[in-house]
Design a protein around this ligand. Structure first.
Ligand code: SF4
Ligand code: SF4
Length: 321
């Protein structure tokens, strides 16, 4: 199987899982509002869509050693994503994130329609900057300006308790502004591949910084390269792969598309610590395997489900309307 196919397969599987979790959560919310008779348990995995809450929970954990009790799965998922970045570059972005998957599909649609115009090196570099500014803003407002007490107050507030329901509301009843922004981002992704990921996503920026410490990188054998440029054209984040011997930039998501596109066997290959060659298929499955291991650990040790009785959650959601 080619890296392109395997990536698409894993991305599709996680996207379907997210849809399934979304439907289950919707049914749970209907039950809390008295609009459904049958009780559906709340899937903790929806907390993966609450990165700011998870980011604050991480600070609380580092300061106090306490694991967030309100959205424990959110913190687990953030730590898995960071752990994956440390081990396998931004494998979370490459294979698990549903936003990355949608961008992958939009890029394919853009290539079919002929709308893709990859930006040049200077514009490409400029485009990668805003997400670090957004990340800096979040770090400043949460990690720097909020002390442990303020973080704890936020995490235990009814606002944070019902953040998952607000997030669902955003998807089910988006405002005109939200729809406009989403359409513009979608159209941009058909021109500039992975526009949101490479330009604006603070989560990707954080994982990119973590990936700088990763021993894994794509290496190019200069003496075998025929300068065909296929790797550059395949790269969704616009990295000039054919000019590098080692792709160590935080923009690399470890998607292995360049490796799959290279026509010269063994010219491009992922290696650990620059020495040990790893199969690109193994790299692509790595993030999913780490995620499943972390989920099994978290579920077995009480770091996944918040344990709040459903009837109490129902009261909280009703209280918040
Ligand atoms: S350099 Fe290769 S592995 Fe890295 S993002 Fe580009 S295509 Fe993916
Ligand atoms: S695809 Fe392979 S052969 Fe072609 S430029 Fe890139 S590294 Fe060289």
């Amino acid at each position: 199987m080619t890296p392109q196919r395997l990536r698409l397969l894993i991305q599709s599987a996680f996207c379907l899982f997210c849809l399934w979790a979304g439907v289950r959560f919707y049914q749970f919310i209907l039950w809390t509002g008295g609009k459904a008779e049958a009780f559906t348990p709340r899937p903790p995995s929806v907390e993966g869509f609450l990165p700011i809450s998870a980011f604050m929970a991480l600070k609380q954990f580092l300061l106090t050693g306490l694991w967030d009790r309100v959205h424990p799965a959110g913190l687990t998922l953030l730590l898995v994503a960071m752990g994956t970045a440390l081990a396998l570059r931004k494998g979370f972005c490459a294979t698990i994130c549903p936003v990355g998957f949608i961008h992958n599909l939009l890029e394919r649609a853009g290539r079919t329609l002929g709308t893709v115009h990859a930006p040049g090196p200077k514009l490409g570099k400029a485009l990668s900057v805003p997400k670090y500014l957004v990340l800096g803003f979040f770090i400043w407002t949460t990690w720097v300006q909020m002390d442990a007490r303020a973080i704890n107050q936020f995490l235990s507030s009814t606002y944070n308790l019902t953040a998952d329901a607000r997030m669902l509301d955003f998807f089910l009843a988006p405002s005109t502004i939200s729809i406009t922004v989403l359409v513009v981002l979608g159209l941009l992704a058909m021109v500039v591949p992975s526009f949101w990921c490479r330009a604006l996503c603070p989560y990707g920026a954080l994982l990119g910084l973590a990936s700088l410490f990763s021993p894994l990188a794509v290496h190019r054998k200069q003496d075998q390269c025929i300068d065909c440029g296929k790797c550059n054209r395949a790269c969704p984040t616009g990295i000039n792969v054919m000019s590098k011997q080692r792709v160590g930039t935080p923009e690399c998501i470890g998607c292995m598309q360049c490796v799959g596109a290279c026509p010269v066997q063994g010219c491009l290959e992922p290696r650990m610590a620059g020495r040990w060659r790893i199969s690109p298929l193994l790299v692509l499955t790595g993030a999913a395997v780490l995620l499943l291991i972390a989920w099994a650990w978290a579920a077995a040790t009480g770091h996944w489900d918040n344990g709040i009785p459903a009837i109490m959650q129902k009261r909280i959601y009703m209280m918040m309307g």
